[in-house]
Design a protein around this ligand. Structure first.
Ligand SMILES: Nc1ncnc2c1ncn2[C@@H]1O[C@H](COP(=O)(O)OP(=O)(O)OP(=O)(O)O)[C@@H](O)[C@H]1O
Length: 317
């Protein structure tokens, strides 16, 4: 299945998931992930990320639509797909009395072509904890053990459900470095995350899910580009927005004033900031608490999360 030189390792078409009671958690989503790509699924709580990933992992059958992983149906062809994939669930659920080394050994026994246990632990920085019982690990260390186990079979495709939840900033960055290194070595990675910075930094492409549908998709730059940048500052007493140069001339596409604080939105950040500062200099006006902020994935995400009237899916990632 070679499409323009890019093999689609994961293909999802009009996927639906309905739980008992008739609740439709995934409402017809489509996306594909190429070999050697990091793809992030973002979304508010309950948006349908885990429900989707479980279908990709073959843990449940879709109510509609189609999933292909490495060209196979992950449920019907589980015996073919499972040995080539690594899965890190949201909850590891290990026997807590076992040590890290014992847990890894147990998993090695169930994994075909497993890499050496110590190598997997070294990859995630847990080699020094081999003799510690799982119940004594910190939350972040347990996440890293989850990741080590997902990596045991040297998978071609890696599913990571919130891989860095509970990790401190350093642990999170170490995990990003590891995921990037795996991607560079050809592993295809699909991850879910609540950390927008993580998606922005790590993902080659992403989709933002909202209420079971894809509300935005593309590269982090694509998704961010549609958002305005923001400039905020306080005007001195006696000054109002009307005292600024005409907002159209500044390139402003929206504004508000609350107390003395002015917030401007613009798609031409450099032009707006320059003209505003030139005006302030000439008018001898001090813009206190000046804050100039580029459009971000966070803006896009919050815009989607707040917009309850958003229409049905129009995006295909
Ligand atoms: N077994 C189930 N039975 C009924 N509803 C379920 C079941 N599992 C999940 N849901 C519902 O499906 C929706 C999607 O849940 P899901 O766990 O996929 O969301 P998520 O995007 O992963 O959320 P989070 O970010 O909170 O982990 C939620 O409204 C959830 O309550």
């Amino acid at each position: 299945m070679d499409t323009g030189g890019h093999e689609h390792v994961i293909e999802v078409t009009d996927l639906r998931r309905v739980y008992g009671g008739g609740f439709e958690a995934v409402r017809g989503i489509s996306f594909s992930v190429r070999r050697g790509e990091i793809f992030a699924l973002l979304g508010t709580n309950g948006a349908g990320k885990t429900s989707t990933v479980e279908l990709l992992e073959g843990l449940a059958r879709p109510a509609g639509g189609r999933v292909r992983v490495l060209g196979h149906d992950p449920v019907a062809d589980r015996a073919v797909v499972r040995p080539r994939t690594g899965v890190m669930l949201q909850e590891g659920g290990f026997p807590s009395e076992l040590t890290v080394a014992e847990t890894t050994r147990l998993w090695t026994g169930c994994t075909s072509g497993a890499r050496p246990e110590r190598e997997a632990l070294e990859l995630v920085g847990l080699a020094g904890k081999a003799d510690v019982r799982v119940k004594q690990l910190s939350g972040g260390e347990r996440r890293r053990l989850d990741l080590a186990l997902a990596l045991l079979g040297e998978p071609e495709v890696l599913f990571l459900d919130e891989p860095t939840t509970g990790l401190d900033a350093e642990g999170r960055r170490d995990t990003w470095d590891l995921v990037r290194a795996l991607r560079d070595a050809g592993t295809t990675v699909l991850l879910t995350t609540h950390y927008l910075e993580e998606a922005e930094d790590l993902a080659d492409r992403l989709a933002i899910l909202h209420e079971g549908r894809i509300a935005a998709a593309g590269t982090p730059d694509d998704v961010t580009a549609a958002q305005p940048s923001r400039i905020s500052f306080e005007l001195p007493a006696g000054y109002f927005v009307g005292d600024l140069p005409p907002l159209g001339e500044l390139g402003v596409c929206g504004h508000e004033m609350a107390g003395r604080t002015v917030r401007l939105r613009t798609h031409e950040l450099q032009r707006t900031a320059t003209r505003l500062l030139v005006w302030a200099e000439r008018a001898v006006v001090e813009l206190r608490r000046l804050d100039v902020r580029s459009a971000s994935l966070e803006e896009a995400f919050l815009g989607i999360a707040r917009d309850t009237s958003r229409p049905a899916q129009e995006y295909v990632a």
